[in-house]
Design a protein around this ligand. Structure first.
Ligand code: EPS
Length: 403
């Protein structure tokens, strides 16, 4: 059982995470974690904060000579912005007057936070609900991602739309039709989209999206969008249909939905499947290259909560950022009078970052169910278990039905 916990406020001293349950002897270099942290910070439309921060993780425990020890791994990501917020966010006694925030932003956790936790300053709620926390998740999940790479499992993402601007040729069609080269790897998508400021494939689409973001900025407004995460290389049999909490699709939906501002998650053709006949929705079973497979992949690599061996296709939607420079209506909690919602420094768009975070959360969820299936205290033991299963599973299937 793997688990992690993050701690840290957006403008506090640092973010930390403790990751537990990975086998020993997994190779992990600090640069690898930092590489993925940097990917999360990218994207056109982010605010000034990303110019202040250069996220890097300091490894505090659990790794020796670039290999896991099997003990809890703890990571520390410092907030450079802390220097500007020490007086406001200190854990010590307040030394000078600090402005209380009393006007909640619609769409942020401001109002629910102060109501639920009985605060008299929205700052107390803003800090932890901020998407800054996702830096710690990406760091934690980079251990999961590195672990999955040992088994040829590869993860990538692309932005499908921002502000309703979709591409002419949607790559998702190729994914659903299973029209991919035999050795296609999820990461190859990110190798392409990492080069784009908005994580899309073609220059024309990128231009249209950037124009739309410029329009939003001019209006003092924000945008959301949709993106895909694709995971290749899973064997058949990760997850199961046995119980609600063993299903791979349910696990993925939970972890992607837990990302700030994500409002929808679907697997495979998702909502579109509901508009079609069964004959147009399901993936016909064929024998291909000596193994039982599917003609298409509309199911997004999961049937009965269990991986089919085809790429996992996750589709998600992020709502527009809640902080608006031309604000909508709110009330001032100090006197309960109507006012414009509070303006503060924020991002205009964070869909590209959200897609990278979703890659990370997908890695975490898959590693969790993968280790539940294969176990192992050392990576060598996990590999033995994995090899024994994958080498025999198809032979067993054929033999069982010949009897
Ligand atoms: C966020 C507001 C902005 C974002 C932040 C999420 O931060 P600030 O209030 O410091 O300008 O930049 O995201 C991050 C700091 C990050 O690392 O992703 C919010 O309110 O959620």
């Amino acid at each position: 059982m793997i688990r992690f916990l993050t701690a840290g406020e957006s403008h506090g001293k640092a973010l930390t995470t403790i990751i537990d349950g990975f086998p020993s002897n997994l190779k992990i270099e600090n640069e690898y974690i930092n590489f993925h942290l940097k990917r999360r910070q990218a994207g056109y439309g982010r605010g000034l904060r990303m110019k202040i921060e250069t996220d890097t993780a300091e490894i505090l425990s659990g790794i020796r000579f670039q290999k896991t020890l099997g003990s809890p791994i703890s990571l520390l990501i410092k907030n450079k912005d802390w220097d500007n917020w020490t007086g406001i966010m200190t854990a010590d006694k307040k030394k000078s007057a600090v402005e209380k925030i009393t006007i909640p932003r619609p769409g942020h956790a401001d109002l629910v936070g102060v109501t639920k936790y009985n605060f008299n300053d929205i700052r107390n709620s803003i800090e932890r609900s901020s998407a800054r926390e996702t830096a710690a998740r990406v760091a934690a999940s980079s251990i999961a991602r590195r672990f999955l790479e040992e088994f040829g499992i590869s993860i990538g993402s692309f932005v499908e739309s921002i502000g309703g601007i979709f591409p002419k040729d949607n790559f998702s069609k190729k994914l659903f039709e299973n029209d991919l080269p035999a050795n296609f790897k999820g990461w190859s998508i990110s190798e392409n989209t990492d080069k784009s400021d908005v994580r899309v494939f073609d220059a024309e689409h990128e231009k249209q999206i950037i124009n739309k973001i410029k329009q939003a900025k001019k209006r003092g407004d924000t945008l959301g969008g949709t993106f895909f995460v694709v995971v290749t290389g899973l064997p058949v049999g990760i997850g199961s249909f046995i119980n609600y909490d063993t299903k791979l699709d349910a696990e993925l939906a939970h972890s992607i939905m837990s990302i700030n501002a994500v409002k929808a998650v679907s697997i495979g053709t998702g909502f579109d499947a509901a508009k079609k006949f069964g004959s147009e929705s399901h993936d016909e079973i064929i024998k291909s290259k000596g193994i039982v497979s599917r003609k298409t992949n509309r199911a997004g690599g999961i049937e009965g909560g269990t991986s089919t061996g085809l790429p996992i296709i996750i589709h998600a939607a992020m709502k527009p950022i809640a902080t608006l420079m031309s604000p909508i209506e709110s009330i001032d909690l100090k006197n309960m009078k109507p006012v414009d919602a509070r303006r503060e420094r924020s991002d205009f768009v964070a869909v590209p970052a959200c897609a990278v975070i979703a890659e990370s959360m997908a890695a975490w969820s898959i590693a969790k169910l993968f280790l539940e299936k294969f176990g192992g205290d050392s990576i060598e033991e996990t590999k033995d278990n994995y090899n024994s299963y994958t080498q025999k599973m198809y032979k067993r299937l054929e033999r069982n039905f010949k009897r």
